[in-house]
Design a protein around this ligand. Structure first.
Ligand code: SAM
Ligand code: SF4
Length: 363
């Protein structure tokens, strides 16, 4: 069923309706196709909307109202939905996110259960790395494949200003622990905020290259609780490239992008031929990549969203708890993806920011 959004969202009575009937003009395929010829193969699952940071571009200073534990998908429910996604719907990659996924006490069990599925997907985690120190080894043993870690500044004062918490050292310790646990792919995500950390982009890239972790800058999107995003205030992809050119030469990478949100750039010192590594820029606002979007999303409360900027979602958890079989859940999921719009409307004058913040959707 499609539900209107609010914060906090309360579960509608769990009735399985004929919303599970797919429209006649949809091709007969199990894949998560939409009306514009795209198929979603990349699933992002939010495990919780709680977080131990309060990044200014994401969460309100006071946090979000707590969802009761029984409103969230359990580990078994997540495993069942991931099972449907990989065996029936053509999903190949699963990323756990939030809120802060490390706050889920059963995270290791969730990863391990999904890694044990037949047709197992590639499994990754997006995290702020607080508490990763004690769990990186267990996550590796649970067969987590890849880690993305958010880090916006290497300066304790600026980190604390952006996240409203003085925890930089814990994040750095988490990154070290992830490396020690043997993760081959650790990517660092950074959001630049004008006048706060945009003067630190070169330093962040320098640090990432030396650490062997690929850095990706994400354009700030209008998904913050404070509604403080402005087009003039955000640091654009073009401006990020300009700032980085003060320390590096960037050349577009020729490898096919293959649906990846980040555009990759080769990084060299000015005047040198030596390839130092790559930097990614995720230009969701100024250079949108909706035409090749391959993502489908599940909120922590089991709602399917076809886009970060959707205003609707389809509840799977209510029907699942009311006894829906796998086929019905698959059809509900396919129906929501069929309604996916051609692209987000951030650049349209009619754009309305979704009620859910980034932390409540799962970035
Ligand atoms: N708590 C985890 C973390 O920070 O990595 C996972 C969830 S967080 C919502 C996922 C990513 O979204 C982070 O890299 C964060 O920087 C990014 N993010 C949050 N709010 C954003 C916004 N308004 N615009 C762009 N990126 C944002
Ligand atoms: Fe928490 Fe991640 Fe949002 Fe920061 S970006 S407040 S770490 S969910």
């Amino acid at each position: 069923m499609t539900v209107a959004l609010g914060i906090p969202r309360t579960r509608q009575s769990a009735v399985i309706t004929d919303a599970a009937t797919l429209p006649a003009d949809r091709p007969r395929t199990d894949a998560l196709v939409d009306r514009f010829g795209r198929a979603a193969t990349d699933l992002r699952i939010s495990l919780t909307d709680k977080c131990n940071l309060r990044c200014t571009y994401c969460m309100p200073a006071e946090g979000l109202p707590s969802q009761p534990v029984d409103a969230l998908m359990t580990a078994d429910e997540i495993r069942r939905l991931v099972g449907i996604a990989v065996t029936t719907l053509g999903v190949r990659q699963v990323r756990f996110t939030g809120g802060e996924p490390l706050l889920r006490a059963d995270l290791i069990d969730i990863v391990s259960a999904c890694a044990s599925l037949p047709n197992r997907p590639e499994i990754s985690l997006t995290t702020n790395a607080i508490g990763l120190g004690s769990r990186a080894g267990k996550l590796a043993a649970a067969r987590l494949d890849r880690l993305n870690i958010s880090l916006d500044s290497l300066h304790p004062d600026v980190f604390a200003l952006l996240t409203r918490r003085p925890f930089l050292q814990r994040v750095l310790d988490g990154i070290t622990a992830a490396g020690d646990a043997g993760f081959a792919s650790i990517k660092i995500n950074a959001v630049l905020v004008r006048g706060v950390n945009d003067d630190q982009a070169v330093e962040l890239l320098d640090w990432s290259l030396r650490s062997g972790h690929q850095l990706r800058f994400i354009e700030q999107m209008p998904l913050d609780a404070d509604h403080s995003w402005t087009r003039d205030g955000m640091v654009t992809a073009a401006q990020i490239r300009q700032i980085l050119s003060e320390g590096f030469d960037l050349t577009p990478d020729s490898a096919p992008r293959d649906g990846a949100p980040a555009e990759l750039w080769q990084v060299r010192r000015p005047g040198s031929d030596l390839l130092l590594g790559f930097v990614g820029i995720i230009a969701s606002v100024t250079e949108p990549f909706c035409d090749d979007c391959r993502r489908t999303r599940l909120t922590a409360e089991g709602g399917v969203r076809s886009c970060l900027f959707s205003n609707d979602e389809t509840d799977l958890l209510g029907p699942m708890r009311a006894g829906a079989d796998d086929e019905t859940l698959a059809r509900l999921w396919q129906g929501e993806m069929w309604r996916k719009t051609a692209g987000h409307q951030v650049n349209s004058p009619d754009f309305v920011q979704p009620e859910r913040t980034m932390s409540a959707i799962g970035g």
